[in-house]
Design a protein around this ligand. Structure first.
Ligand code: NAD
Length: 494
């Protein structure tokens, strides 16, 4: 079986060590093995990244940006191969994988603006003959730990920006789909990146712990489930590292009585079942305001679901693919069973999808009459399950959203501008859509949830990303000819 190794100092390598199977989720069969890095391999990688840092930080920013331009072109040229790799290890349908890659490329485009982004701030004559400026210096060796559900896009949220800011980078992708990151590393080398600036180590908790416990890694960008995000944040912060740890989600859509229900139903189907619901921005709960709206919406959703097709990634006629593992499929099915036993109404049951006996497939499930005390409501299910809650008012809907532990994304469907404005102003969620079901910010804004969907102060990518991957230094300067030798002063300079 093919072994997926690491990419260290410009080379792929497969040292001896622990391994784990990598499945094709559409067949349910293991097709590769992935190496799980030991603490020693992590240590060697940190040394490599540290050695590359001093030259890279002094490389002119325009040259760093030029390498990113090359990388963007290579990503576009090799898009089909990247999409196929995502399909083979994640199961994502080709049109969806193409969308993921495009959103990742937009982050590379943003990083190409590094000369402008890193210009700093300058003020002449802050005092007589005194000038001051702030510059944004790189941190050193920084790391990214990424989840399975976006094998290309989430790493691309991180390393292009970190690298153009002058840092060197170690990526630890998900061990469930490790090949995409290695492919990206090869393209970066081809784009002209010096060896050691970008490294990929595959692995599990052992590798993550080694990265977090080492004093030489200066910052950690983590994306994954909330329990792991919280512990990574705690561990990294205790070591004095900068950390942004993005966690899980439970995203609600409020459907108001004045909404265009046909449009809302179409948008909800895509946002709930696209990528099998394995998106941190998937809309998994609908709060329908009024029983009449709920009845009509459930009817439309049920009708729309008749046409949904789960299947293999290579057939673009399919709407979504399998779940990532058998274990995860069983967990999702367990939440559907628990909703039924808690008294909710399973309107469409996807637990036994027709003609999909192999692989980790579930069909789309619609559940009505869900209440906030049910386990299926409280948990992030991360599967093709849409739950409907019936509420009497927008205030009640907003209270439910605000009381949930997660605050990643939310949206409202309405024709009432005043209601939408009130909602976006007051809701306790980091990313808000108004008649937009998946409000994932574009690359030149920043991405991040509130509450237990993000641990840390700065959001991912965009302007917050630049701040995260640099530290400010402010220099105040005066030269002797402008009057340094003007005697002693003991008062605070003003
Ligand atoms: P996960 O938490 O299982 O794994 C994420 C990363 O952490 C992987 O690289 C994994 O190897 C590592 N990891 C796992 N367990 C660990 C442990 N005990 N100690 C140290 N490292 C560990 O997440 P996943 O299943 O790969 O991804 C799905 C989750 O990611 C969902 O909860 C989803 O909401 C979340 N997610 C969030 C965002 C966001 O932007 N907020 C984006 C994508 C995914």
């Amino acid at each position: 079986m093919k072994v997926v190794g690491h990419f260290i100092n410009g080379e792929t390598c497969t040292p001896k060590g622990r391994m784990q199977e990598v499945f094709n989720p559409a067949t349910g069969e293991p097709e590769k093995l992935v190496l799980l890095a030991s603490a020693q391999t992590v240590n060697e990688t940190i040394v490599t990244a540290q050695n590359a840092f001093s030259e890279w930080r002094n490389t002119p920013v325009s040259k760093r940006a030029r390498i990113m331009f090359n990388f963007k072109h290579l990503l576009e040229q090799h898009a089909e191969e990247i999409i196929a790799l995502i399909g083979a290890e994640h199961g994502k349908i080709s049109h969806d994988a193409a969308g993921e890659l495009q959103r990742g490329i937009e982050n590379v485009e943003f990083a190409c603006g590094a000369p402008q982004l890193l210009k700093g701030e300058h003020t002449k004559n802050v005092g007589p003959g005194i000038d001051a400026w702030s510059e944004f210096q790189p941190l050193g060796v920084v790391t990214g730990i990424t989840p399975f559900n976006f094998p290309a896009m989430v790493p691309l949220w991180m390393f292009p920006l970190a690298i153009v800011c002058g840092n060197t980078f170690i990526l630890k992708p998900s061990e469930r789909n490790p090949s995409c990151a290695i492919f990206l590393a090869r393209l970066l080398k081809e784009a002209g990146l010096p060896d050691g600036v970008f490294n990929v180590i595959n692995g599990d908790k052992e590798a993550v712990d080694a990265l977090l416990n080492d004093e030489r890694t200066k910052a950690v960008s983590f994306v994954g489930s909330t329990p792991v995000a919280e512990s990574v944040y705690t561990q990294a912060s205790a070591r004095g590292k900068r950390c942004q740890a993005l966690g899980g989600a439970k995203n609600h859509a409020i459907v108001m009585p004045d909404a265009d229900l046909d449009n809302a139903a179409n948008q909800l189907l895509g946002a709930a079942f696209g990528s099998s619901g394995e998106r941190c921005m998937a809309l998994s709960v609908v709060l329908a305001v009024g029983d009449d709206v709920a009845d009509r919406l459930v009817d439309k959703l049920q009708t729309g679901m008749l046409g949904l097709k789960a299947g293999h990634c290579s057939d673009p006629a399919n709407d979504f693919g399998p779940l990532i593992t058998q274990q995860h499929k069983d967990k999702v099915a367990g939440y559907i069973a628990s909703a039924a036993s808690d008294g909710a109404h399973i309107v469409v049951d996807g637990r036994e999808p027709e003609g999909l006996d192999e692989g980790f497939f579930l069909g789309a499930t619609l559940i009505d009459n869900v209440t906030s005390d049910m386990a299926s409501y409280q948990a992030e299910i991360f599967g093709p399950v849409l739950q409907v809650m019936r509420v009497e008012s927008m205030q009640e809907a907003m209270r439910i959203v605000d009381e949930h532990e997660f605050g990643n994304g939310t949206c409202i469907f309405t024709r009432d501008g005043e209601a939408a404005r009130y909602f976006s102003d007051h809701i306790e969620v980091g990313m808000v859509g108004i008649n937009v079901p998946l409000p994932v910010p574009v690359a030149y804004h920043s991405f991040g949830g509130w509450k237990r969907s993000l641990f840390g102060d700065l959001h991912a990518y965009g302007p917050d990303g630049v701040r995260f991957y640099t530290r400010r230094k402010t220099i105040t300067q005066r030269w002797p000819s402008s009057g340094v030798r003007d005697g002693v002063s003991f008062s605070f300079p003003s």
